[in-house]
Each structure stands twice: as C-alpha cells, then as structure tokens.
Design a protein around this ligand. Structure first.
Ligand code: FE2
Length: 382
C-alpha cells in the first residue's frame, strides 16, 4: 500500500482496505455510519467488507438511488443521528460516495440542499463542522473519492445539482483495486468511460491549470491502455489498478472544469435516469465534434496519450483520429444507449436542453453552447 496526499490523504493499493480500522481510529471515529447502495448489500460485498475490516456491528445505510437524491440524504442524516454515529464511511460507486457527502453536509447544516449548489455559491454557506469521512470506491470512474463535490438530485426541481466546497473533500480515501474485481462488464465499461470523459473534458477546458492538464493526459493514457483489458479480462488486477488511478486523476482534475458532455448527461440522468458513465460515453463523440474547431491543437496530445500514431498527421487529422478512437472504443465496450430507451421523446428535448443549460459544467466548455446546440445534440441521441 502507498500513502500520499493530494489534496486529501489517499491510501492506494491491493489490500489497502485492511487499513480502514486504523484510519478510523486516526480520525477519532468509533461509530461510523456505512453508506452504500442496495446492489452492494445484495452482492454480499458489504458483509464481506464488514468482516475483513472489523466493522461487523456498524450501522449500514443503503437507501441510495442510482442517481442519489435529497430524499436519500435526509434519510441518511436520520440514520446518522439515530445511530449516534461519529463518522461516515462511503463505500460504493459515485452514488454511494456522493450520498455520503450529502449526509456529511446536512448533519450540521440546515437545508434545503439547493442552498449549497455551486451556482448559488453554496460553499460560502458551509460554515458548520462536518463529521470525518472516509471514501472507498468499488468502481473506477467517478473520482468522487478524491473530489470536493457531490452530484445530487434536488427534491423540489428534480434537477441534478453539484454541491461543491473545499470542506467536502473526504478526510481520507482508501483506493483498493481488489474491490473492483467483481464489477460486471457493463459497469466496468460505463464507469471507465466516465473516468476517460472526465480527463478529456478537463484537458479541453480552457481554464489555465497546467498541473491538471498533466493529470488529465496521464488519465487518458492509463484509461486508453487498460479500460478494454479490464472489460475483457475482469480479473486483470494491473488493468483494474490502472483504471482506479485514471478515475482518481479525473477526480483530482474537476477543479479545471468539465464540459457539455457532463451538462447533457446530468440533465438526462436527473430527468430520465440512465447510467451516468454510459451516457457520457455515447455523448462524447458528437460533443467532441461540436468542440473541435475551438480546441483543435489539443487533439494531438490526446491522440499521443491514447497511443494513436499521429507523426505525419495535421491537426484536423488528429481530431478525426481521436473522435474515431472514441467511437471504436464504445463499440468494443458494447456501449450503446438511445435516449428513447430511457423514455425520452421529441417533446422532452426543450426541457432537457433547458436543464443542460442550467448545469454548471458547460461554463468551462471550449465552445460556448446555445440552447439550440444542446437541443440538436440531444436530438441526435434520441
Ligand atoms: Fe462524470
């Protein structure tokens, strides 16, 4: 196991989950609330995790939807209080870890959750103490384990909002690639494409942040060399480790901002559901096409990071090659989803475009999108 700090403490490596009880003691938590999702309870992973980490008697909260909501968070706060808990362990994919962050916030802060949204500068209202939190990812995609925000569905409007603030960084993250070995293929593919999309959108964001540019390109390199391998050979621990690093790098890069892929997938996910990473995967090629002229010179490094030979190729050729690479990767990962399969139809396009526009991610997109652009992009995926 390796330990490093950037910006929270991260314990990384196969078997690192065994460091949990020591980590809780270090943070002064004797009665942590385990926040997870129903799928992980059903799979038996949580009971196995509880026995390996000595947390057999710990209180478990698992009323977490695939797209976690304010209602989930409020129920979690109740569980925290009734169990007289003194810390939180969020274990699972992005849904469980984001719900855990929401619970952590609302334990000592008055609601509604919408008051803490990034577009309302909610971080300035996060003034009360928060319980210590350890994040343990069981997927490799979200990056939430090293990020300062959570995506949650606001109760009143039904929209996905980003609750973001420096105090929401988990106190510690334990990233154990062994926990991802049992992921089904479709989830390996979807979460992996989420990690890759984070890195691509962060790199293309026009914000000045050379540190994150480096992290994002390294994330693209790792995901490109290992995602297909992790999908085809789920027990390949080297590929699983690479994907966990790629996810972590993508999570560390959120401060540079994302782009229109995430604005669209947040709107669709909030209104119609659907797996977040899968939505990103299918939206990414058309969104790259939309952005290409606004960030053309950047495609060369994306290609090189993805292992695509572009020595004799001009910038337009690099953009073609990278977009085609994503299309082929989606095919190889068996990623396919139409919005109509989620129940969306032509009559929903205006509302989806409107929600996309209200999302914060497109503010750092290389090309400023108009409402009509969102509508056209959505229509292509109906
Ligand atoms: Fe994402």
């Amino acid at each position: 196991m390796e330990t490093f700090v950037f910006p929270n403490t991260i314990k990384f490596g196969v078997g690192s989950v065994s460091a949990l009880s020591e980590a809780l003691a270090e943070l002064g938590s004797e009665r942590p609330l385990l926040v997870t999702d129903p799928g992980l309870i059903e799979s038996g992973l949580i009971s196995e995790f509880q026995s390996t980490t000595g947390l057999v008697g710990a209180m478990v909260f698992s009323e977490v939807d695939a797209n976690p909501s304010e209602r989930n968070v409020r129920a979690g706060v109740e569980a925290f209080r009734s169990g007289r808990c003194d810390g939180i362990v969020g274990i699972g994919g992005g849904s469980a870890i984001d719900a855990a962050k929401g619970i952590r916030l609302l334990v000592h802060h008055e609601g509604p959750l919408g008051d803490y949204g990034i577009r309302e500068q909610g971080w300035s209202r996060m003034t009360q103490p928060m319980p210590e939190m350890i994040a343990i990812p069981t997927t490799a995609g979200t990056g939430s384990e090293v990020a300062r925000g959570a995506l949650l569905i606001e109760e009143t409007k039904g929209a996905k909002i980003a609750v973001v603030g420096p105090r929401l960084f988990p106190s510690m993250s334990i990233c154990d690639p062994e926990l991802t070995l049992g992921m089904p293929n479709w989830l390996t593919a979807g979460t992996g494409m989420d990690a890759l999309t984070h890195c691509v959108e962060e790199y293309l964001s026009p914000q000045f942040n050379p540190i994150i540019e480096g992290l994002a390109l390294e994330g693209v390199r790792r995901a490109s060399s290992s995602l297909l391998r992790a999908f085809q050979e789920g027990s390949d621990i080297a590929a699983r480790s690479d994907m966990m690093v790629a996810a972590m790098l993508g999570g560390m890069g959120f401060a540079k901002g994302l782009g229109i892929v995430h604005s669209l997938s947040h709107a669709i996910g909030g209104l119609f559901g659907g797996h977040h990473g899968t939505l990103n995967a299918i939206l990414l090629p058309a969104c790259l096409e939309f952005n290409r002229e606004s960030c053309l010179p950047k495609f060369r490094l994306l290609c090189q990071s993805a292992g695509i030979q572009v020595e004799e190729v001009d910038d337009q050729g690099c953009a073609d090659a990278f977009i085609q690479y994503i299309v082929d990767l989606n095919t190889n990962l068996e990623m396919s989803l139409r919005l109509s399969e989620l129940g969306a139809s032509e009559s929903d396009l205006d509302r989806l475009a409107d929600y996309s526009m209200k999302d914060h991610c497109h503010l750092t997109n290389p090309k400023k999108p108009m409402l009509e652009d969102f509508r056209n992009l959505l229509k292509r995926h109906l």
